[in-house]
Ligand binder design. Structure first.
Ligand code: ARG
Length: 432
């Protein structure tokens, strides 16, 4: 290896005292270079560290709640359903008004988004409740933001607001804690934050965190027994047969999150309401609702599914997905990571054919899968969701995993409790 040598030949000609001097200078220079090198490296490391910190960890989010009355929009019960066209149109108007307000302001870099979280009623008109999200790299900005945001909004609401006649005297503004804001932001049903990579599954495959945020695991003494679906922050819907000989709520708990081994959150159970006409071993009325010991806070990974109206139809052959930690084959063991299986709805007439379930499928049941038996739910998936997305990507609960002849056999698709059939029953027990 080539290494730099001291200039020896030169030293040989210099007098002794000069030689030592020059030697010291040379040592100093070398020392200086090393020190300089260290200083530069340290500074560079600090700068890189700061940049990385700001990019990845330094962002601080600030959330604010605003509300105001709109005098020219009459309240309609359709505004209770966030997936209704009326709600979506109103939401779009509000969001574009707020976007326009901040995009044209000094806070355009810090403004992240506006989200309508509720539409309530006052004197027959609508009151909009929205959450605004801002972002800064400096934690201390909160108080400064407060004044500036309020001023900008005040000016806008008092001035030109397009087709919306806003009652500026009704304007309220307050800051919010992050979990409260996140809870409100994730309150609407049937939405998910992530867009999963490639959903074209043929068989059951691993799900991703946040992909099926309404999925819950019902556990008896902390052992997974059944799936369940979150339909509000304190209610789950599941199958009645999960509670055969085990309907004491104190023996059960619920976990949320992709992995059974690392729950995102857990709850106890306050009450189990089993359909009054469920009689084991018959499969009719295989439905129950479960009241959590305390409400969950919605996050990007814990959200509720939409309950379809009683007259909602899930047409034969439409795409549905079943999810659960159930076994991957008949008599197999459960899986730690949530599985998903894409399949099709099979109409009851087909499902009742002689070679399939020969007449035992009632109107309160729904079949899904493939007649060649490719994908199916299995033991341990019971009570879990069979969901279907509408054209806008909002997910509805179509079925509850109930029964089947073994798993994934040809001509033996999965049989589900038809949720639309029990929509009024769910409403009567939960008030939802
Ligand atoms: N009864 C089963 C359970 O308790 C679910 C069966 C679903 N079977 C099927 N082939 N789709 O987990």
């Amino acid at each position: 290896m080539a290494r730099e040598q001291p200039p020896r030949r030169e030293l040989a000609w210099t007098p002794l005292q000069n030689r030592t001097e020059s030697n010291t200078r040379m040592k100093l220079t070398r020392c200086g270079k090393i020190t300089l090198g260290i200083v530069v490296t340290v500074i560079a490391a600090v700068i890189i560290g700061l940049i990385v910190h700001f990019i990845f960890y330094g962002k601080t989010h600030f959330y604010y709640h605003i509300s105001f009355k709109v005098n020219n929009i009459d309240y309609d019960s359709k505004f209770e359903k966030p997936y209704s066209q009326e709600y979506m149109d109103l939401n779009e108007k509000i969001v574009s008004l707020v976007n326009e307000t901040f995009h044209g302001s000094k806070l355009r870099r810090q403004y992240v988004k506006c989200h309508v979280v509720q539409v309530s009623r006052a004197k027959g008109k609508v009151v909009i409740h929205a959450v605004l999200k801002f972002m800064s790299y400096l934690k201390c900005k909160a108080a400064k933001f407060w004044d500036r945001i309020e001023t900008i909004l005040h000016q806008k609401l008092n001035g030109e607001t397009g087709s919306l006649h806003i009652d500026s005297s009704s304007f309220t503004f307050s800051d919010m804690e992050i979990p409260t804001a996140e809870n409100l932001l994730h309150n609407c049903c049937g939405q998910r934050t992530i867009t999963p990579s490639g959903n074209k599954v043929a068989g059951g495959v691993n799900a991703e965190e946040g992909e099926w945020p309404w999925q819950a695991s019902l556990q008896q003494n902390s052992v997974h027994r059944c799936g369940a679906t979150l339909i509000s922050n304190s209610w789950l819907v599941t199958a009645a047969h999960c509670f055969i000989n085990a309907n004491d709520p104190r023996k059960w708990n619920v976990s949320f999150g992709l992995l059974l081994s690392h729950p995102q959150t857990q709850r106890g159970i306050k009450n189990i309401i089993i359909h009054e006409h469920y009689r084991y071993p018959a499969h009719d009325n295989d439905i129950a609702v479960v009241n959590l010991s305390s409400p969950v806070l919605y996050t990007s990974n814990i959200r509720r599914v939409c309950l379809p109206e009683a007259n909602h139809t899930f047409p034969p052959n439409s795409d549905v997905v079943v999810t659960g930690w159930g076994s991957l084959k008949s008599d197999g063991s459960i899986s730690n990571i949530l599985q998903k299986g894409a399949m099709k709805i099979i109409d009851n007439k087909t499902c009742n054919k002689e070679e399939i379930y020969s007449g035992v499928i009632k109107p309160s049941m729904l079949c899904a899968g493939f007649l060649n038996g490719k994908v199916d739910a299995c033991q341990g998936d019971s009570g879990g969701p069979l969901v279907s997305a509408d054209q806008k990507g909002t997910w509805f609960l179509a079925g509850i995993v109930s029964w089947g002849d073994e798993c994934a056999l040809p001509n033996k698709p999965g049989v589900y409790t038809r949720v639309t059939y029990y929509r009024d029953w769910i409403m009567s027990k939960t008030g939802l």
